[in-house]
Design a protein around this ligand. Structure first.
Ligand code: NDP
Length: 337
């Protein structure tokens, strides 16, 4: 079959595209602009015409995906902004929500061959930022970030704005899907990954071009100039995490696992503080700065992943492996002390 993957040049998407191609699928990837995307074509050259790249300039526009969806059997929607460089909450919320609704509308209008739509949501849409002791499940919805953004606008913690964008996008997806479900030939799955780490397939010329999760929670911690690293920063619970290759693998499984139908599924390997990453990093490279010792308490924010294990029946990569492979990648780029 042929799968449409949106935001194909992103950190997670590139691993997903690679995984799907390895499994024999044909893939059509969308990017905002085809300019400077030669490296992606190069990356998947060995798959010949099983991989193609198309431009979808503005995902928020009604009908934006009409042409891209032509003849595909499944859709995986990953394009969504993950950045704190914003002027207004709408810079994150509009593309997240409108992009999601727009692709679902196109699937209704033009998706005669589509069997399944997979939406990449996030643990963001279940969790609360405050580090109170909690166990999150798929029955939870993040309401706190929505209230914060409503009250404080751009003055809200930027993480809250991102969490709100993902929560609102997933909610909009279910609302819209439920309103058309009886009339369409496809079903929907939402996957909710923790913070994603791992080696990168995307072209990153310098650390400033890193995607947000690798920049904020990896590069900054491994950097020899992180004198500004504070106790508060490394001991604020990050919540769940997952290896990028596991995220890709779960997405591929979500395409073909019947039991995933109409489910939202948390995919989280474990729960950590940023300091856990530092501790693993130092074991591999003693030059990594560690100002705060090796004792890290258990994270107060836990995630129940029994649903993922029941539906997909797979095991997750462990933090030592993910940190080691990420550091290998960083070392090859000359970014480690
Ligand atoms: P990246 O930043 O690496 O990739 C994001 C992709 O979305 C890029 O293709 C980007 O295109 C595209 N995109 C961003 N903003 C827009 C916009 N306004 N209009 C159109 N396209 C846009 O992120 P990740 O690979 O990390 O994230 C992929 C998905 O996974 C997202 O939905 C994210 O929310 C979700 N996720 C990520 C987690 C993580 O820790 N990384 C954790 C949980 C969920 P361009 O390059 O042109 O900007």
């Amino acid at each position: 079959g042929k799968v449409l993957v949106t935001g194909a040049n992103g950190f997670v998407s590139l691993w997903l595209v690679q995984t799907l191609l390895e499994q024999g699928y044909s893939v059509r990837g969308t990017v905002r602009s085809i300019e400077k995307k030669d490296h992606i074509v190069e990356l998947f050259k060995m798959y010949g015409n099983k991989f193609e790249l198309v431009e979808v300039e503005d995902i928020s526009k009604n009908g934006a995906f009409d042409a891209a969806l032509e003849g595909v059997d499944a859709v995986m929607h990953l394009a969504s902004p993950f950045t704190d460089k914003i002027q207004s909450p709408d810079d994150l919320i509009r593309p997240a929500v409108d992009g999601t609704v727009s692709i679902l509308k196109s699937a209704v209008k033009n998706g005669g061959s589509i069997k399944r739509v997979v939406i990449t949501s996030s643990m963001a849409s279940v969790m609360d930022l405050y580090p109170v002791q909690s166990l999150f499940t798929e029955a939870d919805w993040n309401t706190h970030s929505l209230v914060e953004v409503e009250k404080q606008g751009i003055k809200a913690n930027p993480i809250h704005i991102y969490l709100a964008s993902k929560t609102l996008a997933e909610r909009a997806a279910w609302d819209y899907y439920n309103s058309v479900k009886a009339t369409v030939g496809w079903d929907m799955v939402a996957l909710l990954p923790g913070m994603v780490f791992g080696p990168m397939l995307q072209k990153v010329n310098s650390p400033d071009e890193l995607n947000y999760s690798m920049a904020a929670f990896f590069k900054s911690l491994m950097s020899s100039t992180s004198d500004q690293t504070t106790q508060e920063a490394v001991f604020s619970p990050l919540g769940g995490w997952i290896d990028v290759r596991d995220v890709a693998h779960f997405h591929a499984l979500a395409l073909k696992t019947a039991e995933a139908r109409d489910e939202r599924v948390l995919i989280v390997s474990g729960s950590i503080f940023p300091q856990n990453i530092v501790v693993e990093g130092v074991k591999i490279n003693p030059k990594i700065p560690n100002k705060f010792g090796t004792e890290v308490p258990a994270s107060p924010k836990q995630f129940d992943v029994s649903k993922s294990q029941k539906i997909f029946g797979v095991t997750y990569k462990t933090l030592d492996c993910t940190v080691a492979d990420s550091m290998k990648d960083f070392a090859a780029r000359g970014w480690l002390p």
